[in-house]
Design a protein around this ligand. Sequence first.
Ligand code: CTP
Length: 411
Amino acid sequence: MNIVLGITGGIAAYKAPDLVRRMRERGAEVQIVMTASAEEFVTSTALQAVSGRPIRSNLWDKEAEAAMSHIELARWADLVLVAPATAEVMARIVSGGAPDLLTTICLATEAPIALAPAMNRVMWSNPATQANREVLEERGIHIIGPGVGSQACGETGSGRMLDPDVIAATVFNLTGGKGEGLLEGRKVVITAGPTREAIDPVRYITNRSSGKMGYAIASAAAAQGAEVVLVSGPVNVAEPPGIAVINVESAQQMYAATHDVIGDADIFIAAAAVADYRPAKLVEQKIKKNDESMSLDLVRCPDILASVAHLDPAPFTIGFAAETENVLDYARGKLQRKNLDLIIANRVGDNCGFDRDDNTATALWKNGERSYPTLSKVDLARELIELAAEHFYAVRGSDTQPKLTIISNKD
Ligand code: CTP
């Protein structure tokens, strides 16, 4: 894969050498194009060393243009990634202006374009930047991130450039992940995120699930050609392009929404952290603190995963087991008890699992298991979808496998 990596003038440019390494580890050729202000934050010497190619920055560099013109560079790219992407470059791409080499390439390429924004939280939330983001997304430009957290300016909020590993993995899914079409013509229903179980009009019970794993699985399934329906609890993750998302809050709503769409599904993946219990009754008015202690009466929520696995006919069904101890034993118990085809076991708590960008998992099935090293959730999702497809066709018979069309030009 040939990637033109555009680097613009934000402090996150210091992460660019790491990003180049992550993409090259995945087998990509990376041609760096820097803007003049990017050179204030990272040296072209360092970038040339990690990319192994001369850096391009000037549209009027006669020697470089003679070797590969900006139009040839735009054609060479399988993907143009701008990381970090400043508010300024977003605005310039929206306007269609091409005052420098990077924006000229963005205008001249037919390859997909992805931007990883990085800026101060107020600049990101400014209506002008948000309007630009909307226009870019409408035009099919992929916006990767930004993340939430502490910023170089000392503030905390949304606007941080995502981790180089997450950007590299996402980019790989956008392009390299496509093409095999393992799930072409299949419908995959996925639950993701936490649920909220209301106590009164202002309080609820929830958990630490971020939804990142489920959303990554949805993107990976779509990249393999599946029609994906994502039933999502409340999360802070951007909706993946091209995927139908049904937003719900409670376990009961998630159960109803799942059963509304499961009828013709081939595969069901329960990645949501669904509440096991909900308050027995919803109190209509805010509860006042009258006593020294209080107790809540809880009742069981419907088990979405088990209910789908016991349908007749049932889709190929995959569950998750997030455990703090005896991870594999508990997961195998769930595989049998809930009548699943596959279960993905992972350890949570103590700095792993929830609300992180990576995950360490073991997939278990009736007669076997496969352990994965610690991977970004995007990479793990791709692996799990490949495993799911392999087992789905093994269980449902190879006659349902996508046929390879051999095109011959002999006659
Ligand atoms: N799940 C579900 N509906 C529920 C509860 C869980 O679909 N009401 C699914 C989750 O999406 C996940 C799997 O079931 O795929 C987790 O199993 P579960 O038995 O609920 O796990 P825990 O409650 O964490 O564990 P335990 O039952 O051991 O308390």
